[in-house]
Design a binder for this molecule. Structure first.
Ligand SMILES: [Zn+2]
Length: 399
């Protein structure tokens, strides 16, 4: 007989209370709570705690955070937000930072502790750092593979065309094991939308990998770039394998334009990532979801050269998304939760996600009445289970 672990009295997202059985790291049974007089040996009584599939951290930078390192005071740009200037600040800060491996581990444990067990991290590739960051983070991923599933994006932090030699390095990064090819503001950074996207989608086609592009460009310029990304996704039949991170432009165009482009983004199967940044227009989550777009979320920067915020808690991120989106109704709060869970799993193409027979037993048990209350209260008391084994409690990885 297969060894089963039993979890009793789990409150599910639909409000029902269930008993869960786990075998071989996956749910083997989800049944209405039996309240048996003699529970199975070794059963864990969850006592009505809310059980949710582990959160999905859809966009983070494991290589450039100073979490766990010395505090790095934020340096303002000299003349308004400038990506190129921020990259220069970052290079200066990184020279004095603790070893990347240590910083990445601190950040990973922060995320796992809060219940994220799948993650997409962008990793810097440019002619100054070469493949050093990629090699280090690949090794960290290997060390932590029992705790968390990590996708890596080869990220051209210093542009592609404006930094000759980068395209070859990106190709090399994919050969080494990166899962996706990244990009960065094709218009404002490289000043060549076609040239930049030729390299990105060319490498995606050559190596059979997905695409996740940082796009901060706003207004009609950003909108044009999104349309170009959508067109290439369709042309290459890359439905479900392309994401645009930030896509600020979607936050500052008219409702009419948004509706039109939303339908096209949805039809092409391009996902949109937002971290609901403070004091900046961001993609309207409700309108995009209504159009059928997969909107997912990430912490993005945590205590790095871009800003001092971030706590690695995707439930808190759902709270921020709901707060900034003006979500008050239960159905809206559930949507904010969906962005950090099921929609994230869809955007990352995760297999076996959810609380269902056959799904991976990666879940979080927390003290909350239901999903809407969890999103507004963000209870920190929680237990994180990986393949049915408790690996973190109340924010800290166990053992
Ligand atoms: Zn980012």
């Amino acid at each position: 007989m297969v060894n089963q672990t039993h979890f009793l009295n789990a409150r599910l997202a639909d409000g029902t209370v269930a008993d869960l059985a786990v075998a071989g790291g996956r749910f083997s049974a989800v049944t209405p709570a039996a309240n048996a007089a003699t529970p199975p040996a070794g059963a864990v009584d969850l006592a009505g705690e809310l059980v949710l599939p582990a959160f999905v951290e859809g966009h983070i930078h494991l290589d450039t955070s100073f979490y766990g390192d010395a505090w790095r005071p934020y340096i303002p740009c000299t003349n308004g937000f400038d990506v190129r200037e921020r990259v220069a600040f970052q290079m200066r800060n990184l020279e004095r930072a603790a070893p990347m491996e240590e910083r990445a581990k601190s950040q990973l444990e922060l995320c796992v502790g809060h219940g994220s067990l799948a993650m997409r991290s962008h990793v810097m590739v440019d002619t100054a750092v070469g493949l050093k960051h990629v090699e280090t983070i690949l090794a960290v991923r290997e060390k932590y593979r029992d705790l968390i599933d990590i996708q890596l994006v080869a990220f051209p932090q210093s542009g592609i065309l404006s930094s000759p030699g980068t395209a070859e390095l990106l190709d090399e990064a994919l050969k080494l094991g990166c899962d996706l090819i990244g990009g960065l503001d094709p218009a404002s950074f490289d000043r060549d939308v076609k040239g930049h996207l030729d390299v990105v989608f060319g490498l995606a086609e050559k190596r059979g990998v997905g695409v996740d592009i940082h796009l901060h460009d706003g207004g009609t310029l950003g909108l044009f770039e999104i349309e170009e990304i959508v067109a290439r996704t369709t042309a290459l039949s890359m439905r479900g394998k392309v994401a645009v991170s930030h896509a600020y432009a979607l936050g500052d165009i008219s409702a009419d334009a948004l509706e039109r482009v939303g339908e096209r983004i949805a039809a092409a199967g391009v996902a949109i990532m937002t971290n609901a940044p403070g004091d900046h227009p961001f993609p309207p989550v409700a309108a995009l979801r209504k159009a059928g777009v997969t909107v997912f979320a990430g912490s993005d920067n945590i205590r790095d050269s871009w800003w001092p915020y971030g706590d690695g808690d995707m439930l808190n991120r759902a709270n921020m998304i709901g707060y900034r989106s003006g979500f008050y109704e239960d159905r809206e709060l559930k949507a904010a939760y969906d962005v950090v869970s099921h929609a994230g799993a869809k955007a990352l193409g995760l297999e076996g996600y959810g609380i269902a027979v056959g799904a991976k037993a990666d879940f979080v048990a927390l003290k909350a009445e239901h999903v809407p209350q969890a999103v507004v209260a963000v209870p920190k008391e929680r237990t994180v289970y990986r393949a049915g084994t408790a690996i973190a409690r109340n924010g800290a990885v166990i053992g």
